[in-house]
Ligand binder design. Structure first.
Ligand code: PLP
Length: 400
């Protein structure tokens, strides 16, 4: 066995549609064992028969010396190649979680006295990383909430623009092509947390995003049993992030790759079902008297609907629900009354989840005592009617 010359390389000749690519990419090494799935190669060391082979394994890889020697086995490269292939990207890097992927991209671009522009409303831990790690290291973090505010805040010290579509919890859309167009005119790459849309519904690179980040922990694995981050882009766009991962020892075990690769086979199927069920449940919720509003760009009533339609081909959820005025005890009865929705963080698995949420931007606003209670719902693969029945029974605890 030899190291792949360029880790996570996508096959070059690639005219397949997504469903076919999801079925057939990432299986090259299965030939070695005559199986459908590639073997799970657990190894901290790859051995070579000859010195020439060993030297050859480094050919074509642009790594600074000294290089950390353990970037993975064939199992890792299979998943990276498959992911790069379905994203229409040259290459893919994997990290031990979605957050570590975000940390790698931000860390690779942070400079003392430099500037990183971050969209308001990004995933809470992303914001915490910016405020609690990067800001104290004297990298300036400037938050923006629109293309105009990005334009007014970007300085010549900027090294990265970071966005997330839609923003976590608040579910706001931003015009990705406009962000990318402006950033490109200044020569600044745009990184995007693309977890929500997945490559099935969101073609990040086609919209101009240089670095697309996925918490594969969520839909890509899809079975709530793996933590993994995936980053896609061109070799050039990912060069500094790959070096950062190499220097920081940010690599992933073969088992996580193998499970995620297995989960990924059914990604498109699952996403279409999540989409249909999320829209059915969200539309039903909108009609209920205990609900003030549903924040979900796939609904025509959502202010981000037009942008969603332009940028996405589907909407899996999760989405956010604002309850009508309700007391804390009533809120507790509602949450505790749910049978099919597990109470937990994370999402993207086959099962439905509920999480009480506080939109950070709402904290700054004066709110009435019983107003503004939010819940985030992830609609799993259960029958939507059963989910609506469950929600209906739990909402009855609040009263109309
Ligand atoms: C969950 C999530 C992450 C973090 O992923 P982990 O694998 O749990 O670290 C990043 N971004 C978004 C939008 C998420 O929802």
């Amino acid at each position: 066995m030899t190291n792949e010359q360029q880790p996570g390389k996508a096959p070059v000749d690639q005219a397949w549609q997504l469903d076919t690519a999801l079925t057939h990419l990432g299986r090259e090494s299965s030939v070695a064992v005559n199986s459908v799935n590639p073997p799970v190669v657990r190894a901290s060391t790859t051995v070579f028969q000859t010195l020439a082979e060993f030297k050859d394994s480094y050919k074509g890889v642009v790594f600074e010396s000294p290089r950390y020697g353990r970037s993975g086995t064939s199992t890792n490269f299979e998943l990276q190649a498959a992911m790069a292939g379905i994203c229409g990207a040259q290459t893919c890097i994997a990290t031990p979680s979605g957050l570590s992927a975000i940390a790698a991209v931000l860390g690779a671009h942070a400079q003392v006295g430099g500037q990183i522009l971050v969209q308001e409303g990004v995933y809470g831990p992303t914001q915490a990383l910016c405020d609690k790690v990067l800001t104290p290291l004297q990298c300036n973090i400037d938050y923006f909430d629109s293309v105009d505010s990005l334009k007014s805040k970007l300085t010549e010290r900027a090294s990265l623009v970071f966005i997330e579509v839609p923003s976590s919890l608040t579910m706001r859309m931003i015009d990705v092509a406009a962000v990318c167009g402006f950033a490109a005119s200044k020569g600044i790459p745009v990184a995007c947390d693309s977890t929500w849309g997945t490559p099935v519904f969101f073609n990040a690179h086609a919209l101009g995003i240089a670095i697309s980040i996925h918490a594969a922990t969520k839909y890509i694995n899809g079975h709530s049993d793996v933590m993994l981050g995936l980053i896609t882009g061109s070799y050039e766009a990912l060069q500094s992030t790959r070096a950062w991962c190499d220097r920081n020892g940010t690599h992933v075990s073969a088992d996580s790759y193998a499970l995620a690769l297995r989960g990924m086979r059914t990604l498109a199927l699952r996403m279409h079902r999540h989409h249909a069920s999320a829209i059915a449940v969200a539309s039903w919720l909108q009609e209920q008297p205990q609900i003030k509003q549903v924040l979900f760009p796939a609904l025509a009533s959502d202010p981000g609907h037009a942008l969603w339609k332009r940028q996405f081909t589907g909407a899996p959820g999760p989405f956010t629900v604002e309850l009508a005025s309700c007391s804390e005890p009533a809120f507790e009865r509602f949450i505790n009354g749910l049978q099919l929705f597990g109470l937990g963080t994370s999402w993207g698995g086959f099962e439905s989840l509920v999480m009480p949420a506080i939109a950070h931007h709402l904290r700054a606003l004066p709110v009435q005592p019983n107003e503004g209670r939010l819940v985030r719902l992830h609609i799993g693969l259960e029958a939507p009617q059963d989910l609506c029945d469950d929600l209906w029974a739990a909402l009855a605890h609040i009263g109309a």
